[in-house]
Design a protein around this ligand. Structure first.
Ligand SMILES: [Ca+2]
Length: 206
């Protein structure tokens, strides 16, 4: 009986009509490794990317698997699309192509991807409170929403860098009114806030 040897050669290429976008997304690694000769069915193919990928954009039409076909050359008209059982995102930045029930004849194979990265919402404002003096709290988001210290809160060491110590009475940082800071500004009528806060004591129970 003749041994059957599957040749799975994985080469990565951006498809001509569906290049990776946006450009910062790159392939970090792929299993089976590109160029490897695989003597058995790999079961699945895992592609690790440089950034989290939006699961909504990972589908059989954006994550495709091809083999070279009769001419033995990838990228020619007789290439054969191999349809995975499923494609999914694992660990945020990996694409898993389940090929467990898919026949893989001896051939050269490659993956063509066109999913998109998860877009991180741009900050509306960010105040590190790292200044060592003065009365300005610089907005490092680039949006110019600097704050002004009111009644001289003390500048102290913080969780990361410096911080402001408020007396809980009349000290604050004043930021000019701006529609973008409205809780109704976001596309879903919401905004997110995060901060490091250390309270000297908890407020009394109501
Ligand atoms: Ca071909």
């Amino acid at each position: 009986m003749k041994a059957v040897r599957a040749w799975v050669r994985l080469l990565l290429a951006a498809g001509p009509a569906v290049p990776l976008a946006p450009p910062p997304l790159t392939v970090v690694s792929i299993v089976p490794a590109p160029g490897s000769d695989y003597p058995f069915h790999p079961g699945n193919v895992t592609v690790t990317l440089s950034a989290p990928i939006d699961p909504a954009t990972v589908t059989p039409s954006t994550c495709r698997f091809f083999r070279a076909g009769a001419d033995g050359i990838l990228g020619t008209a007789d290439d054969v699309a191999v349809v995975p059982e499923s494609v999914s995102v694992i660990s945020g930045n990996q694409i898993l192509m389940d090929l467990s029930g898919v026949a893989l004849p001896n051939d050269f194979y490659r993956v063509i991807l066109s999913g998109t990265v998860v877009s991180d919402p741009a900050a509306i404002a960010r105040w590190a409170l790292d200044e060592s003096s003065g009365t300005i709290a610089i907005d490092s988001s680039g949006n110019g929403r600097n704050g002004t210290l009111v009644n001289n809160p003390a500048r102290i060491a913080g969780k990361a860098g410096n911080a402001l110590h408020f007396n809980g009475v009349d000290q604050s940082v004043d930021v000019a009114d701006d529609d973008a800071l409205s809780p109704h500004a976001g596309p879903s009528g919401e905004i997110s806030l995060s901060a490091w806060v250390r309270m000297a004591s908890l407020p009394p129970a109501a």
